[in-house]
Design a protein around this ligand. Structure first.
Ligand code: TRP
Length: 341
């Protein structure tokens, strides 16, 4: 299957992946996926479920399968139209694993040792510091470089991996002549950085489930999490945007602003004299209403296994078409005999 945008009318290419090792949450949605949906007309976009990356930490196989499909259903429910975006499962395009092996041989031990994510994850999983966890950035470089993208939309935490990808591409290009496009990280201008509801000084994360609103949470769960959200320790009890003094309130305001489109001034006015007791449930209600159609659509899609299979089959075919071209070029450059069949 041909790519969505034929090379002749090439748009700029964008690619990103999300690991199916946890469920998608409000931070992923407001900070990333929601904005991606609007890029489809402007860019040729590839998004994949990074299942190969997930097994660098132990996964329950059944849960991994379920979460991979749920992630795909959620991508679609969040507005990533599979007709306009190439959505695929990483392990279905074996070129990722193959290019990763090659790139392993052009990535230095010292470089991988300096990756902060490796240091963090190996501290957290000290009983399973495997070679895959260490080499993970070379696989990520392969994911990216196969598609010759111009931009890689990622969060701040993946910037170091994107920089290493650029270094690997430049190193390879210097040795063998121009092979890979050197991509730029794309940190979108719009898009909120959503903080934990229980620890508003750290990013919303699945590892802190009380402070984290998952897209598949029930309305009751969402409301409860917002009612319990940490505001601030002073007694002012006033909705005012002051991120340094009142990070909890600022976070709730920025979530509310993201889902309603209201400015901070408008929000301050709306809740003038009302206190947190009114404000927190109002933010909860707004989030419930934003996520309701997404959750319902994802559930509908998840029940339609034939449709999902159609989407990931088409996606893998389109992705393979592009990935194969790059891998062939690489194999030729490093001196492998061309496969005659
Ligand atoms: N490492 C990314 C993360 O943990 C996921 C990922 C894998 C990715 N391959 C990628 C992101 C390629 C962007 C491009 O969030």
């Amino acid at each position: 299957m041909e790519p969505i945008t034929p090379a002749a009318e090439a748009k700029k290419v964008m690619l990103s992946g999300i690991q199916p090792s946890g469920n998608l949450h409000l931070g992923n949605y407001l900070g990333a996926v929601k904005n991606w949906a609007e890029l489809a007309d402007q860019f040729d976009c590839y998004y994949f479920m990074a299942d190969l990356h997930s097994i660098t930490v132990r996964q329950d196989p059944k849960a991994l399968r379920a979460r991979t499909l749920e992630l795909l259903a959620l991508y679609i429910a969040c507005g990533l139209d599979p007709e306009k975006n190439t959505l695929f499962i990483q392990s279905h395009v074996h070129e990722h694993a193959e290019l990763a092996w090659v790139l392993n041989c052009y990535t230095m031990f010292g470089e991988l040792s300096r990756m902060t994510q490796f240091k963090d994850k190996s501290a957290k999983n000290s009983d399973n510091i495997n070679a895959g966890l260490f080499a993970y950035p070379a696989l990520m470089a392969a994911d990216i470089l196969l598609y010759q993208p111009d931009f890689v939309p990622v969060g701040q935490d993946q910037k170091q991996h994107c920089e290493l990808t650029r270094d690997i591409a430049i190193r390879f290009n210097n040795l063998y002549g121009s092979t890979f496009k050197v991509p730029e990280p794309y940190i979108p201008k719009v898009g909120a950085r959503v903080m934990s509801l229980s620890t508003p000084t750290s990013k919303m994360s699945k590892s802190d489930p009380n402070g984290c609103v998952f897209l598949m949470d029930t309305p009751e769960d969402i409301s409860r999490k917002f009612k319990r959200a940490v505001t601030d320790s002073d007694t002012e009890n006033c909705v005012r945007y002051a991120p340094a003094e009142k990070p909890g309130v600022a976070n709730l305001m920025s979530i509310y602003s993201s889902v309603t489109g209201k400015t901070f001034e408008e929000i301050e006015k709306e809740f003038d004299g009302m206190g947190y007791g009114k404000f927190k449930p109002a933010v909860g209600d707004a989030v419930v209403e934003t996520l309701r159609p997404i959750r319902e659509e994802a559930q509908r899609i998840l029940a339609d296994k034939a449709y999902l299979q159609q989407v990931y089959t088409d996606g893998a075919q389109r992705a393979t078409y592009v990935a194969r071209k790059t891998l062939r070029k690489v194999y030729k450059k490093v001196g492998f005999i061309e496969k005659p069949f």
